[in-house]
Design a protein around this ligand. Structure first.
Ligand code: NI
Length: 204
């Protein structure tokens, strides 16, 4: 079910040139049960997730398909386990280049190299719904991880995939994209989020 198509992701970056966390991927479905998404300021989003060990294998093998299903349903292009209340170092990503699914599952991902050159991408987050901001990060990263078959891999990424990898690995360390903004921009964005959540609750 899962495969890696980083080259396709690169061509996608060239075409789109910016992050868009609301791609029309809801038609891509898996059978796995959906998980509830935690919304900022849930304190679980601020915890450092623990590394996955061999003892977690059964749990993680079940978690990954559910994370993909939850991510596609949202829809989003990346999800980290803490966003569904699981304090484990697991990430799912699918940039769906040219609307072709290209899922990447990462267990214990680690950034082992980052470029000095930086790049700006517009980012959003399923845990900070409907709020977007430009975020500056290293333009290219190399990430080491275990894939969904528990095989050691490395991926080199640029553009949207590089931003997405860094965004999701941040989640494993309790960091949200808003933390990369100035205090002023962050406060404006979080106030807008709180108001939108309150309005939504009032409408229910
Ligand atoms: Ni996020």
């Amino acid at each position: 079910m899962l495969c890696m198509k980083p080259l396709l992701c690169k061509s996608f970056v060239a075409e789109r040139g910016h992050a868009d966390y609301m791609l029309g991927m809801s038609e891509v479905q898996t059978e796995a049960p959906l998980l509830p998404l935690l919304i900022c300021p849930d304190p679980k989003l601020r915890k450092t997730a623990r590394p996955v060990t061999e003892a977690d294998r059964g749990e993680v093998d079940a978690l990954i398909p559910s994370m993909f299903a939850t991510m596609y349903k949202a829809p989003g292009i990346g999800l980290a386990a803490p966003q569904v209340g699981r304090s484990l170092r697991v990430v799912t990503i699918d940039l769906a280049p040219d609307n072709v699914p290209a899922p990447i599952a990462l267990i214990n991902p680690e950034i082992i190299a980052a470029s000095d050159e930086e790049a700006v991408q517009q980012e959003g987050c399923l845990s900070v719904p409907e709020q977007y901001a430009d975020v500056t990060r290293p333009a290219r990263v190399k990430v080491r991880y275990l894939d969904e078959h528990w095989v050691k891999r490395e991926i080199e990424a640029e553009g949207l995939l590089a931003a997405c990898l860094q965004h999701e690995i941040d989640h494993l360390n309790g960091v949200l994209f808003v933390d990369h903004l100035t205090a002023l921009k962050r406060n404006i964005l979080l106030r807008k989020l709180a108001k939108a959540q309150k309005d939504q609750q009032a409408r229910r």
